[in-house]
Design a protein around this ligand. Sequence first.
Ligand code: ADP
Ligand code: MG
Length: 613
Amino acid sequence: MQTHQFQTEVRQLLDIVIHAFYSDREVFVRELVSNASDALEKLRLRQLTESGIYQPERELRISITTDEEARTLTIADAGIGMTADEVVEFLGTIAHSGTKKFLEMMKENQGGPQDLIGQFGVGFYSVFMAADKVEVTTRSWQPEAAPVHWVSDGREGYELGEAAADTPRGTSILIHLKEDAANFSKADHVRYILKKYSNFVGFPIDFNGEHLNTVQAIWMKNKKDVTAEEYEGFYQFIHHTDSKPMSYMHFSADAPIVLNSVLFVPEENPEAMGFGRCEPAVSLYCHKVLIDSKPEKLLPEWLRFLAGVVDSEDLPLNISREMLQDNSLLRKISGIITKRFIKHLEGVAKNDAETYEKFWALFGRYMKEGVVTSWEHKDALGKLLRFQSTFTEDGKLTSLDDYVSRMKENQKDIYVLYGASRAQLENSPYLDALRARGFEVLFLTEGGDQFVMDSLMKFADKDIKAIDRANLDLPELEDAQPDRPGLDEAAATALTGWVSETFKDRFSKVTTGNRVTNAPAIALQGENDLSPEVKAYFKAMGQDVPENHPEIEFNPHNPIVMKLAELRESDAALAELLAGQIINTALLRAGMLEDPAALADNSQALLEKLLQK
Ligand code: ADP
Ligand code: MG
């Protein structure tokens, strides 16, 4: 017998686990049954490629026994087992990254939401919620490995020794229950807990000598034959959670590929809760045999929040993980499932707006990620996007489809405006021209939105245009009086020519036009300029970014502009100061003024000059 200390993190985790809520306790049964099932899956997969397996004829099943008198519960499997080294690694350290994250979270909010144990299972160690001593007896599938016996009270450490020579292949976990957890040694209580999950375990379960589950893979069944409760139970089992899924999709196809899949949208987003990046949680099966529980390439990255199962009989059973990385069949499967899932979400949006709103709040940014990274799905994903707009109430969202249905007859494009918040954007000078024409403008206020729209480019065959850009091409105002006072064409050309000459190299173009109704001028993003967000991104990547050369558009009907056209000839010095004032103010309103001091200096000089007059 050797005594070992638990890794510090394990001790910290155990300390939390031991003090967990009484009501969370039963999750340990789910965790241990899931480990037994994993161990059996691993053995079944090994059998396909290895011939030297210890006790090859031993049946793949789970045996569970209660002993009320001894106050114990035993969960045993004929799975892959563990060698002594593996026991030290798997049951003495925290290998699972999710568990590590859980621990960090718990440390951060001291005494915080203890019930997270129920929501994010902590695996094997959860047994110490109910046990004051646990004995693990295990024998690896490798014929030469010695059987191992592990004992711990879940506090400081554990003892490790050899197990009896006749120990069969697999793992047996003998749980000595705490006094106040005695109900886990009662047959009726344990049967009740097992019923919840055992239907989804792909191996027979014996309970106190009687056969418990009828093995069934719900994803292979006809969806008419599966109840909502069964889907929920299945989700809770595979995703180690107590909560219900927000939404699920059950999909089967025979052609071009035989596919059966159940996918779940969780009700929480672990990434948003600080748990770090989600690991893939959609497992890959070939005719009910697990091939990979966390396949990296099965679904695109932006669907990493999903849980579930994809089963295809067309995959070769003995496919290796390396082959999975680069497999054209897998790519096809990925494409089909992704397409179906987008359709599913469209259905949710149509038939259950409330759920879709919740979905969008939690997972909307993954859909945007999809637009940017999955070229082949971007148009379908466009239908799922939601934004605020000049036509929505504060905080309410619209789809692009609804936007298009509201477009005016003389409106060609979809208009968007980027910025930090709705409140800020509502004061934007760019809105004038669109409001005056009754055109709706989408407010895009999240980081990355410019990349999303630059990737999308079009929706329903309409170009998406940022209204701070030069090339907007708006129709004339319907109620514009042709005879209102303003510069004629010759005067306008002379003025803009003079401004370009006077402010050489600062602007790519100086024009007159109809983009502002009140202000004297407006600054526009040059047609080929990088947007501020894209510029900031390249800068952060350490790349040189070209300077922007905005355009200035004067309002030929504005009295100050008309005065400027006169002054240009009578008092060139004053005209230059006035033009500088108009231009800098326009740049400031557009958020494009790089040097605010220039505006202040110009104001001062202008005032001095005017007071001398
Ligand atoms: P996870 O299952 O998420 O990896 P657990 O804490 O539940 O985390 O289990 C830790 C590891 O211990 C498993 O990955 C597995 O390698 C090993 N293990 C646990 N139970 C068994 C078992 N019944 N048979 C074989 N290995 C097991
Ligand atoms: Mg586990």
